[in-house]
Design a protein around this ligand. Structure first.
Ligand SMILES: *Cc1c(COP(=O)(O)O)cnc(C)c1O
Length: 379
């Protein structure tokens, strides 16, 4: 045959997730932890690596890790499911509660995987845009839920990429208004310190997502988990890939979770770094900063895409460009790094902005920006 039979028609307009594998000296684009695992934990792992049974299939349900996470959250192991990163669990939720003829509600701008997974799984998507401060439009969400056709709701809390927390009272109103599965995505829980966990008993439709990728320095290993009613977890186990969480990842994540107090100081440092970044950015003329409860800060600035390029090419600082995302026009997101990285980022933004102002005084900005030469000219 000279031809390939086409894949599902839904794929035609899907663009592969672009993880932007760009290298820079200062990497502040992916909300990763600025530091590798603490040395004492690496030593522990290294010491026992020789006996590790690489030849055996993993425990499909990651029993040990599951028990630890259940106990820490005052739950039973049957209330916990471990996944290959939180991303896999989001997809599993849509395989089980979404699919053709079923509907997901989300509140953009938000984590893009919800919409991508909806498309891949053939789930209808209803989008209720956030307000001017990226707050969830509670009235509109509740009105839409009242129509009765929503099967699953996904809310990032705090919201990636805006940093916004949703008032607990509104989340409870949503849980009361629907029997749809409501995923409260707490990927940044360790920084926001807010969780819906206390409401699980009263609301069996509440599912909470967490991850080891952000506060626990494990983005490279891919481990996340959901907390939910045992009936929900049972359904999810029907659609999941049985061996998706490899035994090395299970073992390292369990070691990290057992030793999690070790991470508290770094988490406090990151929260302090976030305040420093918010303060530093807001004191730069022309920059508007949005308050954040996570380990990143969203800010708005004229010609954001040009700033993104100048930060990368002029200063080797990589942040995330959202300027082409609806509702995030002229917005960039910076992940909180180490103190040195945060300072280098702020100095770089100040440098680019002050050069911009100098050129503006000469009256050249418009022409250069229009022709896309701002980067090459180095301002
Ligand atoms: C990072 C993130 C996740 C999960 O990330 P994994 O690395 O797949 O565990 C989930 N939701 C949001 C909003 C995130 O930002």
């Amino acid at each position: 045959m000279k031809h390939i039979r086409p894949p599902r028609p839904e794929l035609e307009y899907l663009v592969p997730y672009d993880a932007k594998d760009i290298k820079a000296e200062v990497m502040l684009a992916a909300n990763e932890h600025p530091s590798n695992l603490p040395g004492e934990i690496v030593e522990k792992i290294a010491g026992r690596l020789r006996e590790f049974r690489f030849n055996r299939y993993p425990d499909p349900m990651a029993g040990r890790l599951r028990e630890l996470i259940a106990a820490a959250n005052g739950l039973e192991p049957h209330n916990v499911l471990i996944g290959n990163g939180g991303d896999e669990l989001i997809f599993d939720l849509l395989l089980a509660w979404g699919g053709p003829g079923r509907t997901l509600l989300d509140c953009p701008p938000t984590f893009t995987m919800y919409a991508i997974d909806a498309q891949v799984s053939g789930t209808n998507l209803v989008r209720i845009p956030r307000g001017p401060d990226f707050e969830v439009d509670g009235e509109a969400v509740l009105a839409r839920l009242a129509e009765g056709d929503i099967d699953v709701v996904m809310l990032s809390h705090p919201n990636n990429p805006t940093g916004t927390l949703t008032p607990e009272t509104l989340l409870i109103d949503i849980l009361n208004a629907t029997d749809a599965l409501v995923l409260v995505d707490e990927a940044y829980f360790e920084f926001s310190r807010h969780t819906m966990r206390p409401h699980m008993e009263r609301h069996p439709n509440l599912v909470i997502l967490r991850t080891f990728s952000k506060a626990f320095s494990l983005a490279g290993l891919r481990v996340g988990y959901v907390l939910g009613h045992e009936d929900v977890i049972r359904e999810l186990t029907k659609v999941r890939q049985p061996y998706s969480v490899d035994s090395f990842a299970q073992w390292v994540a369990a070691t990290v979770f057992r030793e999690r107090v070790v991470f508290q100081q770094a988490i406090r440092d990151i929260m302090r770094g976030r305040d420093m970044l918010m303060h530093g950015l807001s004191s730069i003329e022309g920059v508007k900063v949005f308050p954040s409860e996570a380990n990143f800060v969203l800010f708005r600035v004229a010609h954001a895409a040009a700033l993104w390029r100048d930060l990368l090419h002029g200063h080797s600082v990589l942040v995330r460009d959202f300027s082409r995302t609806t509702g995030l026009e002229d917005c960039l997101r910076v992940t909180v790094g180490s103190d040195e990285e945060n300072e280098r980022f702020l100095e770089a933004v100040e440098d680019v902005m002050s050069q911009r102002r100098a050129v503006e005084i000469l009256g050249h900005t418009e022409a250069h920006v229009r022709h896309g030469t701002a980067g090459e000219l180095g301002y």
